[in-house]
Write a protein that binds this ligand. Structure first.
Ligand code: GLV
Length: 338
């Protein structure tokens, strides 16, 4: 851990790559000498990132900032990287750890909000909520009630297949059970007997999950093993009535394979909060499809979750810079190096 600053007057110099919600900014200004990229919606340029972090001991970044080898080598006094996200795929964790740099993130505080949003996408995709909204707004609702209009698939009594049974996967499983779904799951770590007993859910292998689920919901971190985990093979194994939901990371899915499965009716619909390229390209063929619900990466976007993420990201940074164990350390192995 970093050396204690008790007794020192100087505040640690930090670079913050965006104005984050309260209470984070106040905590940072009270405890640090802050250089801020004073924008709410626009990330800093790479050149700014490199120049402003050159002499700082800590940085607070968002998932839009690439913390790679070049960045870590350039910031030669850097001790702590705090990210305002649970995902860590924008950070070279191996290299940061090798350099003895502490990395912290914001797990737990966004779990329930992200699970809520996953369920919103699930319900909207199965029951065609967004299509219904477009139908009404565009003036197409010009005939009386019909038993055939925009019919979807039942959510209750269906099988929810969760890929990745981490914190968010479990929170989605709980919601599924509450909606009367049968829940099955696949996890790289294998079955978890205690969880199965507690929740009444069942482990199955990946292919069986794809073949038997009515809804497939992805909750994997993005890494080399999960990149393009869903492609033509996987979509062709799913039921024709299947709903696919992704609120984790876009690159876990081969977007062209998904587009093609949706277009050719190989699966029923999809709810997507994340994309290989964000923001989604205005030329993306996904935009031409009716059977996909698209959201601009809103999983943790509740007032409450964002405020807790902000407090946690700021406190993680301040604690680590002051030699205290940060609440959400992402690279525990770094402790044996410092
Ligand atoms: C959002 O995607 C996050 O990683 O916090």
């Amino acid at each position: 851990m970093c050396q204690s600053r008790i007794g020192l007057q100087l505040k640690p110099k930090v670079y913050v790559s965006r104005i984050i919600p309260e209470p984070g900014m106040s905590l940072l200004y009270e405890n640090c000498d802050v250089t801020l990229h004073a924008e709410r919606d626009i990330p800093p340029s790479r050149a700014e990132m490199l120049s402003k972090s050159k002499d700082v001991e800590g940085v607070l970044v968002l998932l839009t900032e690439r913390v790679d080898r070049e960045f870590l080598d350039n910031a030669s006094r850097l001790k702590v990287v705090s990210t305002f996200s649970v995902g860590l795929d924008h950070i070279d964790m191996v290299y940061a750890t090798k350099k003895g740099i502490i990395v912290t993130h914001t797990p737990d505080v966004l779990t329930e909000a992200t699970a809520d949003f996953t369920f919103a996408l699930l319900l909207a995709s199965a029951r065609r909520v967004a299509e219904g909204d477009r139908f009404v707004r565009s003036g197409q609702w010009n005939k009386p009630w019909s038993p055939y209009l925009l019919v979807g698939y039942d959510v209750h009594n269906s099988t929810l297949g969760i890929v990745g049974m981490g914190r968010i996967g479990k929170a989605v499983a709980r919601r599924g059970l509450g909606f009367g779904m049968r829940v099955i799951y696949f996890d790289r770590k294998g079955p978890n007997a205690e969880l199965e007993k507690d929740m009444g859910i069942h482990y199955c292998d990946f292919d069986t999950l794809l073949r038997t689920s009515d809804v497939v919901s992805v909750h994997l971190p993005l890494d080399e093993k999960s990149r393009h985990r869903f492609g033509d093979r996987e979509f062709s194994m799913m039921k024709q009535s299947a709903v696919f939901v992704n609120a984790s990371r876009g690159a876990i899915v081969d977007s062209f394979a998904l587009y093609s499965a949706l277009k050719r009716g190989k699966i029923f619909s999809a709810g997507l909060d994340v994309f290989e390229q964000e923001p989604l390209d205005q030329q993306s063929p996904l935009l031409s499809l009716e059977n996909v619900v698209l959201a601009p990466h809103l999983g943790s976007a509740s007032i409450q979750a964002r405020s807790k993420m902000s407090g946690l990201a700021a406190t993680n940074l301040i604690d680590a810079l002051n030699g205290k164990m940060p609440k959400a350390l992402a690279n525990k192995e770094v402790l044996s190096r410092t």
